[in-house]
Design a protein. Structure first.
Length: 92
């Protein structure tokens, strides 16, 4: 290994959580401050909230389902296609 190119390694580095939990580990930084750890994370503490994904899917389907007004659009497209072929337009 080359000399003087590797960072300093601390065997007694501390990870300090916002909840007050302190974990000692090895790292290239002496202290690491984190906002959440296994002691206070909702998944590990059993306070996890489940999200209603079925409701989200139904909401999405309802929002983007085909509506009767959209079915009328092809008639207008056919009418304009006939006008382009004949070159005649009707004035009212």
């Amino acid at each position: 290994m080359k000399e003087k190119i590797h960072p300093q390694y601390y065997r007694d580095a501390k990870i300090i959580c916002a909840c007050g939990n302190v974990v000692t580990t090895g790292s290239t930084k002496k202290e690491i401050h984190v906002e959440i750890c296994a002691k206070c994370h909702p998944f590990f503490t059993g306070k996890e909230k489940l999200v209603d994904t079925a409701g989200r899917v139904e909401k999405f389907r309802k929002k983007y389902e085909k509506k009767p007004e959209i079915a009328k659009a092809p008639e207008k497209a056919e009418k304009s296609a006939k006008t382009v072929k004949t070159g005649k337009t009707s004035k009212k």
